[in-house]
Design a protein around this ligand. Sequence first.
Ligand code: NAP
Length: 278
Amino acid sequence: MIIGIVGLGLIGGSLGLDFRNRGHQVLGVSRQQITIKRALERGVVDEASCDLSLLSSAEVIFLCPPLRMILPTLQALLPHLNPGTIVTDVGSVKTAIAEAGDAIWPKFIGGHPMAGTAEQGIEAAQRGLFEGAAYVLTPTDHTNRQDLEILTQLIQGLGARLHTCSPPDHDQAVAWISHLPVMISASLIASTQQEADPKVLALAHQLASSGFRDTSRVGGGNPELGRMMAQFNGPALLHSLTLYRQELERVTELIALEQWDALQNWLAQTHGDRQKFL
Ligand code: NAP
């Protein structure tokens, strides 16, 4: 197929590498000329440009710019789309995008690959990023079943595990497993800075090891991505944060009241529940 990609960064670039590897023709559009040059050098795309008109022959287009740029990019693409072109996006929030996208272009289907790394940009693009990863599509009542089938085949061709669900269900689920962890992890890092004794804080810096590395990783990531999660998925994230705060209060109380058996039971429950996610 002829596949168009807008935004040749980590996700867009990785899609390009994998689609080309599977014999598709890939046309890429990005903002900066240097990105275009590197995308061609790295074999991410067959042809690339800063101009969206390059995508006029694409059969399926993946929108992969930052979240806030997805709908403006779809709007800007309109003059270059054929009536049959299927458009999807990779944004990590779906309610704000899927319904508006559907209204702009009837052959728009929201998507979200649950794969990534801490790196950004074209140099971070890598082969096989989606192999074995979950990939969510959020079709609506208006979605053409044949379009959904074409996208399904493409995504399964990447080795990804496809899931379909409604945009709100997607957003609440990712609030729990992706957006809430970022805010908790960032709060952990911020709370360490409340330590008043500089000697203790310096010692903590020295002693930090795998436990702190694991629990602080997602909170120490790209600030713009974290902002987008909160800005575009506010209600679902606030719901999760409210219930999280209740659990934090519960465990604080158990410790303050020295209810050690209850604390152990609570931890036994979390030990078991964790397995359901992994
Ligand atoms: P990224 O590495 O920063 O790539 C985004 C690329 O978009 C940049 O390289 C930039 O290209 C390009 N861009 C920026 N503004 C543009 C515009 N106005 N028009 C065209 N291209 C533009 O970010 P990413 O991690 O791949 O994330 C991209 C999307 O994937 C986001 O919507 C995010 O929600 C979603 N996502 C991210 C992850 C993750 O873990 N990172 C996982 C799943 C989904 P230039 O170099 O040309 O400026």
